[in-house]
Design a protein around this ligand. Structure first.
Ligand code: UDX
Length: 470
């Protein structure tokens, strides 16, 4: 293991690496794709700076150690009831609550952490990086005297919204009322009530509990790293730093652009045949369509999307994830669809998304606005059609449209004619061209923040030095 290269902050550029005995970080991602990816990207970045990495993971959505040979892997009993776990991507909020409850009721986490910490064959752990949804794991770490850092896998505005949740209730914005959905949250522009974090599958009390626990975990940590960058969310970061009395609040993203591994943590097999197909398409001619690892469509919505894509006349690459269509076993595209889209449309089950968005043939992204997808699109200068489903997606979509101006929301019922017009607007309309320009500008800001003198690169320098000081 290379000794850690301790960066001397301030003299960026002419950095003279100093060697020190290697230290180790433990990472514990929440076992869902949108949380696994940023945590493994962060682990890869820290490993690249000379830190040894041990990945703690649940049996549920277990990671494949073979994909990260440089890391140690330790499995932790998660106690998720079989029926709750059965649907895999299931109801994320129920699974988070069930997992934390089971972990808090057992000594499994304490035992695993204690044995990892006692392992003298490996460098002493400096800290445990955990997902903000793992309060039970943080409690075990505190009992063992192990410092914790939190990786926030959503944007800074999302964490700001979590901090404001008590105010949302005090002011009557929540519980959300259908009649108030478009009411502005004047204390937190540009949010409206409809943009506040919510779940379609759970009552608002469960959501309130989950968010209160995330805030408790963040406030109980030795610092928080957010997968965003300073230029994108300066105002939100400033407010969070003011509200959180923590020694470290770092914007160290886009993590996937700092990480060397892009495919190392996909729970589904990524279909690389689409890259060869993209190679045969003209530059910026393809609309990439994907709704992440959790969102779903009704079978009727599925048909409307299919015909909206076909009738738009534009090229498209559409991810139809297994299980994405409620009430449909398997993927049954409508009769005549294949003929209608021959040569210009391709449907796959799971994409190498980061490579797809970086491909010169892709000109736009129809997304559900999960934060990773949103940040990956921004990183490649790709404008978006936003179709948020729930959770933080509505807030992400609001910022894409209102603050960053690199997309627009497709609201209301999914209907083929509306879809067709939205695609044409983004792919070949004036408004779409203006969004593309702004997306290109944001891409340049991403490039800048990743340079050795850039804000995210310096944030990682600070993080490594901070970890070494623990
Ligand atoms: C979940 C929540 O839904 C989201 O709101 C939250 O911000 C993060 O956790 P998910 O819905 O899976 O995430 O969406 P997203 O955040 O976009 O993460 C999906 C990840 O899977 C991305 O990193 C994307 O690159 C990857 N992906 C997606 C693929 O590798 N292939 C695909 O076909 C689609």
């Amino acid at each position: 293991m290379a000794a850690v290269q301790e960066a001397r902050t301030g003299d960026v550029g002419s950095r003279v690496p100093q060697t020190r005995p290697a230290r180790r970080v433990l990472v514990f991602p929440l076992p869902f794709q949108g949380h696994i990816n940023p945590m493994m990207q962060l682990a890869d970045v820290l490993h690249g700076r000379g830190l040894a990495v041990t990945v703690l993971h649940t049996h549920f959505n277990a990671l494949d150690p073979a994909l990260h040979p440089a890391f140690d892997f330790v499995s932790v009993a998660d106690g998720i009831p079989a029926d709750v776990a059965a649907s895999k991507s299931g109801n994320i909020i129920d699974i988070i609550l069930a997992m934390n409850e089971a972990m808090e009721a057992s000594t499994a986490v304490d035992e695993v952490l204690a044995s990892v910490m006692a392992d003298e064959a490996r460098p002493r752990p400096a800290c445990l990086f955990l997902d903000g949804n793992l309060l039970a794991v943080q409690k075990a770490a505190v009992r063992l005297g192990l410092p914790t850092l939190v990786l926030r896998t959503g944007c800074a505005a999302c964490l700001g919204g979590f901090l404001a949740f008590p105010m949302f209730y005090q002011k009557g914005y929540l519980p959300r009322q259908v009649s108030q959905l478009y009411m502005p949250v004047k204390e937190l522009p540009p949010l409206r009530v409809r943009d506040i974090f919510f779940s379609v599958d759970n009552n608002h009390e469960k959501v309130r509990t989950i968010i209160a626990r995330i805030i408790e975990t963040v406030k109980g940590s030795s610092g928080v790293v957010i997968n965003t960058f300073e230029a994108l969310e300066a105002k939100e970061l400033e407010r969070i730093r003011r509200e959180l009395d923590l020694p470290l609040v770092l914007a160290a993203g886009p993590l996937h652009k700092l990480s060397s591994t892009t495919t190392g943590s996909s729970l589904l097999d990524q279909d690389y045949s689409c890259i060869k197909w993209l190679d045969s398409q003209p530059a910026r001619s393809v609309l990439y369509v994907s709704f992440g690892s959790l969102a779903s469509l009704s079978s009727n919505e599925f048909l409307e999307v299919a015909w909206g894509l076909a009738n738009s006349g534009h090229n498209f690459l559409w991810v139809v994830r297994p299980g994405m269509i409620r009430g449909m076993n398997g993927i049954h595209l409508p009769n005549g669809f294949d003929v209608a889209v021959e040569g210009r449309g391709k449907v796959i089950q799971w994409a190498p998304q980061q490579e797809v968005l970086a491909h010169q043939a892709v000109g736009a992204f129809w997304t559900h606005n999960g934060w990773n997808s949103t940040l990956e699109s921004i990183s490649e200068g790709i404008p978006m059609i936003c179709r948020p489903h729930s959770l933080d997606q509505t807030m992400n979509a609001r910022y894409v449209a209102e603050i960053w101006g690199v997309g627009f929301e497709l609201e209301g019922e999914l209907e083929r004619r509306k879809i067709e017009l939205a695609i044409r607007n983004l792919m070949s309309g004036k408004e779409g061209a203006e969004m593309r320009e702004r997306a290109e500008d944001l891409k340049m800001k991403v490039v800048e923040c990743l340079e050795s003198s850039g804000s995210s690169h310096i944030a990682i320098d600070k993080l490594v030095n901070y970890i070494l000081s623990l």
